[in-house]
Ligand binder design. Structure first.
Ligand SMILES: NC(=O)C1=CN([C@@H]2O[C@H](COP(=O)(O)OP(=O)(O)OC[C@H]3O[C@@H](n4cnc5c(N)ncnc54)[C@H](O)[C@@H]3O)[C@@H](O)[C@H]2O)C=CC1
Ligand SMILES: O=C(O)C1=N[C@H](C(=O)O)C[C@H](O)C1
Length: 266
C-alpha cells in the first residue's frame, strides 16, 4: 500500500509539533504539507524546531487541498476552525482526524451527515490518550452503581475552551447509563456564581486553568459512606500520539464519522 499522504493543521501548536514529529517519523505516513495561520509559501524547515522537514506551508486549506494529493487531514488548531476545516476536507475528498475540541452535539450530527453523503471516514477524538479513554470507560462503568458524580478537569492556562472536550465526552458517556439526576442539596444556592460548576444533566463539571498543568481529569463518585475517584494525567503531549497514529490508520477504513476513540479501540 502507498504511504498515507497527510496534512497537519496547526503545526506550531503544542499538539501540532508532536503530530508533525510523529507523522515524519512513521514509515507508512508521508507529511505532504502543513496548514498554519501564518508563513504562507515558506517551507516548514525554515521555521524554528522543524529543521529538515521540507514541506510547504499553506495558510489557505482549500488551496492546499486543490494543489496537493492528500488522504488525511490532522486538525489540531482551535475550536473556531475545526468545523470549517472538516467541511473543506469533505468537499475535497480528504478524511479528517480531528483532535481540536469545542464541537457541539449538533456540529457532530451535521458533520456525520456530510461524511456519510461523501462516503468518507472522519474521526473526532476529544482525547487521543489511551489512559484517558480508559478513564472515560471506567467512569461509565462506575456510574451504573454510583450515579452521583462530579468531574474536575485541570489544564494549562493557554486552553481556549471550557469545559474540556474530554470532560464533555465523559459526561456524555455517563449520561448514556445514568438517568438525569439533580445532585447536591435541593435547596443549595450559589453564593458566588459558578461555584457549583457547569451543569450537564445534573453532573457538575469544574474547570481549573493554571500554568504548569498539561491535561488532567478526576471523576469523583459519591455513595453511602464511600467515594471513588478515577483520575488520568497526561504529563506530556507524547501521550496523545499513539492515538493520533491509530486514528489516521483507522479513518481510511471507515465511511462515517466516529466521535471518540473508544469506538476504535476494542
Ligand atoms: N484530542 C486530544 O487528545 C487533544 C486535543 N487538544 C486540542 O487540540 C487543539 C490544539 O491544542 P494545542 O496544540 O494545545 O493548542 P495551541 O494553541 O498550542 O496550538 C494551536 C495552533 O493552531 C494554529 N492555528 C490556529 N488557527 C489556525 C488556522 N485557522 N489554521 C491553521 N492553524 C491555526 C495556531 O497558530 C497554533 O499554532 C485544542 O482544541 C485542544 O483542545 C489538545 C491536546 C490533546
Ligand atoms: O487543550 C488541551 O490541552 C487538551 N484538550 C483536550 C480536551 O479538551 O479534552 C484533550 C486533553 O485534555 C488536552
Amino acid at each position: 500500500m502507498n504511504n498515507v499522504k497527510i496534512v497537519v493543521a496547526g503545526p506550531r501548536g503544542n499538539m501540532g509539533r508532536e503530530a508533525v514529529k510523529m507523522v515524519s517519523g512513521t514509515e507508512s505516513f508521508e507529511l505532504v504539507a502543513v496548514v498554519d495561520s501564518k508563513h504562507e509559501g515558506m517551507s516548514l524547515s525554515e521555521i524554528e524546531g522543524f529543521h529538515g522537514i521540507d514541506v510547504p506551508v499553506y495558510t489557505n486549506i482549500q488551496t492546499c487541498f486543490e494543489e496537493l494529493d492528500v488522504d488525511v487531514l490532522i486538525d489540531l488548531t482551535a475550536p473556531a476552525f475545526g468545523r470549517k476545516h472538516m467541511e473543506i476536507a469533505f468537499a475535497n475528498g480528504v478524511r479528517p482526524v480531528v483532535g481540536t475540541t469545542g464541537f457541539s452535539e449538533a456540529d457532530i450530527a451535521e458533520l456525520r451527515n456530510m461524511a456519510e453523503q461523501k462516503e468518507l471516514g472522519a474521526i473526532i477524538a476529544p482525547n487521543f490518550a489511551i489512559g484517558a479513554i480508559l478513564m472515560m470507560k471506567f467512569s461509565q462503568m462506575a456510574a451504573k452503581y454510583l450515579p452521583d458524580v462530579e468531574i474536575i478537569e485541570q489544564h494549562h492556562d493557554r486552553k481556549l475552551d471550557a469545559p474540556s472536550g474530554t470532560a464533555v465526552k465523559t459526561a456524555q458517556l455517563i449520561a448514556e447509563v445514568r438517568a438525569e439526576k439533580a445532585q447536591g442539596h435541593p435547596n443549595e444556592k450559589e453564593e458566588l456564581k459558578g461555584a457549583r460548576g457547569a451543569d450537564f444533566e445534573g453532573m457538575r463539571i469544574h474547570s481549573v486553568r493554571l500554568p504548569g498543568l498539561v491535561a488532567h481529569q478526576e471523576v469523583i463518585f459519591g455513595g453511602v459512606g464511600q467515594t471513588l475517584t478515577i483520575r488520568h494525567d497526561s504529563i506530556d503531549r507524547t501521550s496523545f500520539m499513539p492515538g493520533v497514529k491509530l486514528a489516521v490508520e483507522s479513518v481510511l477504513k471507515i465511511d462515517t464519522l466516529v466521535y471518540g476513540l473508544e469506538h476504535i479501540i476494542e
